[in-house]
Design a binder for this molecule. Sequence first.
Ligand SMILES: NC(=O)C1=CN([C@@H]2O[C@H](COP(=O)(O)OP(=O)(O)OC[C@H]3O[C@@H](n4cnc5c(N)ncnc54)[C@H](O)[C@@H]3O)[C@@H](O)[C@H]2O)C=CC1
Ligand SMILES: O=C(CO)COP(=O)(O)O
Length: 346
Amino acid sequence: AVAARAGAHTTIWGRDPQVLNAIREQGMNTRYLPDIPLPNSLQADADMGSALAGAQAVMIVVPSRVLRSVCAQVAEYIAPGVPVAVCAKGIEAETGLLMTQVAAQELGDRPVGVISGPTFAHETALNNPTAATVAFPFTKADRENPNESVAARFAVSLSTEAFRAYVSDDVVGVEIGGAVKNVVAVACGMMTGAGFAENTRAALITRGMDEMKTIADALGGRRETVTGLSGAGDLTLTCSSPTSRNMSLGTQLGQGIPRGECFEGRPVVVEGEVNARSVAQLADKLVLDLPICRAVNAILHEGAPLGQTFAELWSRPIEAEPRAMDVLFDHPANPAAIANLAERIS
Ligand SMILES: NC(=O)C1=CN([C@@H]2O[C@H](COP(=O)(O)OP(=O)(O)OC[C@H]3O[C@@H](n4cnc5c(N)ncnc54)[C@H](O)[C@@H]3O)[C@@H](O)[C@H]2O)C=CC1
Ligand SMILES: O=C(CO)COP(=O)(O)O
């Protein structure tokens, strides 16, 4: 919808013919965005071959667990050199690869980048003022003529009076923000569901951002990218709103609702659930200190009790902030404090 509003000839491909018919005939995505009028110029096509015929640019917006298979299909239909922007937020569970790395494996030498930011789908579709970051690797030629870089051309093709796109060359930094903020949002939800409020959430957001910087740094991204739209921006959005599926899952679990009964048993894409495990695996492999992400993984995937795990998180030995202060304190955790807080949470 954003690309069509910006004047690009845009076709959406999908699997559900009913949804595609509704987009074509009623100008509405009746299943995912009911009641939001979409631009008349937006085309919809169930045949990927004809949807992609002559495409000059592609955006892939599917859950992270199916990105690889969708990229493999897309590769059959697009010409060499056609740039692909990945909008999925995640880290592949089996390989630990970022979404652009997965896409690059399937798409050969086509330029691959990412579009990410604080962009709840329904608000974006409503044409509310929204901003996001477009990141592609920059070549020497791009630096000499940035207007012609793939990232800038994507940004221009998406710019409307309400949608503002920023450009970056830090693909890793942008991707880490989008993937890891979901895990932190699950943590924020858990503590909100357990009955705590703004102080707790602000602490988790800030310390979660520190974990995002640690991962970005370890993978070759830039720490300052994490303070931008795709990091701090999306973290703030997702950790502040029940609209977020990640925050909402955490809230339900924090209220003691069993996983199978969350979302009233409906299947809902909660990227942070899968990604908690991917991030914990990365932390093991790269020996990273990521206490919040590890706590979420332990609760979701290792049967750790929510109250005890958060109490242990809060009673860790004191440490420096910022980490760059580079000192270590020797101050053991207090078992009585852990027991007290654990009891209050459960
Ligand atoms: N919904 C949002 O506000 C935002 C979502 N994202 C990211 O976009 C990605 C997709 O999320 P949503 O669109 O919200 O999920 P969704 O569950 O609302 O929709 C996913 C879409 O992917 C399709 N799909 C699922 N499996 C498929 C397959 N094997 N082949 C082809 N299509 C398939 C579904 O039919 C559906 O149309 C996620 O990584 C999410 O984190 C990013 C920014 C905002
Ligand atoms: O990534 C999002 C907004 O930027 C959507 O967040 P949820 O997947 O938690 O709903």
